[in-house]
Design a protein around this ligand. Structure first.
Ligand SMILES: NC(=O)c1ccc[n+]([C@@H]2O[C@H](COP(=O)([O-])OP(=O)(O)OC[C@H]3O[C@@H](n4cnc5c(N)ncnc54)[C@H](OP(=O)(O)O)[C@@H]3O)[C@@H](O)[C@H]2O)c1
Length: 234
């Protein structure tokens, strides 16, 4: 299927896990993909899988100058930006009084500021193409849990950013979608035994960005089904 033929997508956090699966899925769907993260070697290996479709560009999303360079790279190589997937993220899990200030700052900087920076510098170009922003939040962006204070705060913040962007960009026909997955089998943080495959979650991103022209998937929450033998009896 080549619904995204001629479209240009930037995917952050594409060196592994969900971001890598999203980059692969969008490339399979016909898009030219700029795959970005800090691990250059892993990005280069991904680009080798589809050299005509995936280009690697190293970028730390917490650094404004690097994010601006990423946007410029996509424009120079492809002349346009249609899709921005803000996927880069990480989590530290501990009670608030045990969470270090560095861990708090890192989550806010990557999960929230990184998305802000990428949006800030991509939006003028997304307006030009009537493009699409997909923010990868989490079930943790919809409900809090013990030990998740910093991570949940960063993802709740991302939900607020997404809602604001939805309203600000509506007049320009730039779509904004937020995906809130539950546990995924990646290196992120002890996935549940029955966690979703990254490819299953990437398929939802594909559904969002290939929606009909007049349709927006604003927000999707997706979780793995808990096996019956593990369901708590109430
Ligand atoms: N796994 C889950 O259960 C789960 C559930 C819900 C939501 N999520 C969300 O899904 C997204 C992807 O997570 P994942 O499970 O795929 O985790 P992962 O396997 O640990 O991958 C995280 C990605 O983020 C990148 N990254 C981290 N810091 C970065 C920075 N400063 N600048 C640029 N890239 C950075 C990493 O690349 P480098 O280290 O190479 O920079 C890597 O590509 C995250 O936003 C996460 O919060 C995950």
């Amino acid at each position: 299927m080549t619904a995204l033929k001629g479209k240009v997508a930037i995917v952050t956090g594409a060196s592994k896990g969900l971001g890598q699966a999203i980059a692969r899925r969008l490339a399979k769907g016909g898009a030219n993909v700029v795959a970005s993260a800090r691990s250059t070697d892993k990005l280069e290996a991904l680009a080798q899988e589809a050299p005509d479709r995936i280009l690697a560009f190293p970028c730390d999303v917490t650094k404004s100058t690097q994010v601006q360079a990423l946007i410029q790279f996509a424009l120079q190589r492809f002349g346009r930006i249609d899709i921005l997937v803000n996927n880069a993220g990480l989590g530290h899990f501990a009670p608030i009084d045990e969470l270090s200030e560095e861990q708090w700052d890192e989550m806010m900087n990557v999960n929230l500021k990184g998305a802000f920076l990428a949006c800030k510098y991509a939006i003028p170009h997304l307006k030009a193409t009537e493009g699409h922003i997909v923010n990868i939040s989490s079930v943790a962006g919809t409900e809090a849990f013990p030990n998740g204070g910093g991570y949940c705060a960063s993802k709740f913040g991302l939900m607020a950013l997404s809602d604001t962007l939805t309203l600000e960009l509506k007049p320009y026909h730039v779509k904004v979608s937020t995906l809130c997955p539950g546990s995924i089998k990646t290196e992120f943080h002890h996935p549940k035994a029955y966690a979703m495959e990254a490819e299953q979650v990437a398929e939802t991103v594909w559904t969002m960005v290939s929606a009909p022209k007049g349709v927006i998937y604003n927000q999707v929450i997706m979780r793995p089904l808990v096996p019956k033998n593990l369901l708590k009896k109430s």
